[in-house]
Design a binder for this molecule. Structure first.
Ligand SMILES: C[S@@+](CC[C@H](N)C(=O)[O-])C[C@H]1O[C@@H](n2cnc3c(N)ncnc32)[C@H](O)[C@@H]1O
Length: 409
């Protein structure tokens, strides 16, 4: 990363580069541990979030909303994400870059000027995001894309975002960084913030993502809307949901029973099963180890698909075209995300189970997937955890497969 000093009025800025875009940052923020106490927030490690967001908006433009876009970056900080988007596509008609922090707003203006962005194309605002969404909702033209990228939970902004977004085929890009809450380390906080019980298990990342989507979807329903998750992206302690809005009460009502459910988890043998629709069918003991004492649950969860196949395929094409820094990691994530479609909820940590079984070495995940499929079950990798696999095989059978593989090698 290139840096150079620059005097800019009273503030001392440093120039940095992300992708092909140069931008200013306060010198005192350079190399600081990312936190709220920075003059203006910037986290180098979140570059992958910006990379995937740029690809996601361009893929949405190519496959869903084929018009020039109106985009609202409601928490823009330095503005780097939106400026990179503007530099990578000609199809943004209007971009609103907003931040509640006036120092950020000044920096955004300087960064737009540095990058010679037409002020007609990019408007800078200094409002609370909820107030901004509320004002936008009264406009005759509603934005195609809204991005919400807060510190911690986005829960507080979702209702007003649904009021502001284009009702049919709008794109919401929502980040949550309160992973300790969503992943069940702070279960009570999760119940308070997302009205759902989490589960601190090996597959808590997927459960956390499904709690977040369930919450977003329910707030959509309150606004007479539904959502279709296009991409659910977990990386480096954040979850980012890219979801499309739609109107239509009959589709919403039809989809209701199949989209929400609960997972039952046995803390003794790690068996898990899904409860959809009929909550009275909750098992009183584990079907595998028969324990009555070790069952716990999580939910309500989104139990529908996490991604749309054709959208992921377009994203994969774009990822190869744009040479972003995280291209290889994004390629891997998209490949595993494609594998996740039509697979059961949850995944098994093969490293952990191999150690529990005292296997002589950790098997190759591809070998285990092949063996599971040969036994007549489904199996795939998962983007949530590169050392885990998804399968509809039960835990006792999976252990047999791992032992069988050990004998074969
Ligand atoms: C995590 S940072 C955003 C990072 C930025 N999207 C990026 O990629 O660099 C969160 C930003 O939201 C802003 N913010 C916090 N609360 C806000 C609110 N209620 N309305 C608007 N902006 C807010 C903060 O000032 C901060 O700049």
């Amino acid at each position: 990363m290139k840096t150079e000093n620059q005097d800019f009025g009273k503030s001392k800025y440093i120039t940095k580069q992300e992708g092909s875009v140069k931008f200013f940052l306060h010198e005192t923020d350079n190399n600081a541990i990312p936190s709220k106490s920075m003059n203006v927030f910037y986290n180098e490690r979140m570059e992958i979030n910006r990379d995937i967001s740029i690809l996601a908006i361009i893929a949405y433009n190519k496959t869903i909303s084929q018009t020039s876009l109106v985009v609202v970056d409601s928490m823009a900080a330095s503005g780097i994400g939106s400026i990179r988007l503007l530099k990578n596509t000609n199809n943004v008609e209007k971009m609103y870059l907003n931040d509640i922090n006036p120092i950020a707003v000044e920096l955004i203006k300087n960064n737009l000027e540095l990058n010679k962005i037409d002020p007609e194309q990019a408007e800078v605002l200094n409002k609370d995001a909820n107030l901004l969404f509320s004002e936008i909702s009264r406009n005759s033209v509603l934005p195609d894309v809204i991005s919400i990228d807060p510190f911690g939970t986005p829960n507080f902004f979702i209702d007003s975002a649904f009021k502001a977004i284009k009702k049919d085929n709008g794109l919401l890009c929502i980040t949550a960084t309160d992973t300790a809450v969503l992943f069940g380390v702070k279960p009570k906080a999760c119940i308070r913030k997302y009205i759902a019980k989490p589960l601190h298990t090996d597959y808590c990342k997927e459960i956390g993502a499904r709690i977040l989507i369930s919450f977003i979807s329910r707030i959509a329903h309150i606004n007479n809307l539904g959502i279709i998750p296009l991409l659910t992206f977990y990386s480096n302690h954040f979850i980012r949901i890219f979801a499309m809005s739609f109107r239509g009460n009959s589709k919403i009502l039809n989809d209701l029973p199949k989209n929400y459910g609960y997972i039952i988890h046995c803390n003794n043998c790690e068996d898990r099963s899904l409860i959809i629709e009929n909550l009275l069918k909750v098992p009183q003991k584990c079907p595998i180890c028969l324990s009555e004492k070790h069952l716990s649950y999580s939910g309500p969860l989104w139990v529908g698909e996490l991604h749309q196949k054709s959208y992921l395929e377009e994203l994969s094409i774009l990822n190869e075209k744009f040479n972003f820094k995280n291209k290889n990691r994004i390629r891997k994530v998209l490949k595993f995300a494609l594998n996740e479609i039509n697979m059961p909820i949850s995944y098994y940590n093969i490293h952990k189970i191999s150690q529990q079984l005292k296997l002589s070495s950790i098997p190759k995940l591809e070998d285990i997937i092949k063996l599971i499929e040969e036994n007549g079950y489904k199996a795939s990798r998962t983007h949530f955890d590169f050392i885990s696999i998804k399968t509809d095989m039960k835990i006792d059978e999976l252990k047999k497969v791992l032992k069988q593989n050990e004998k074969l090698n």
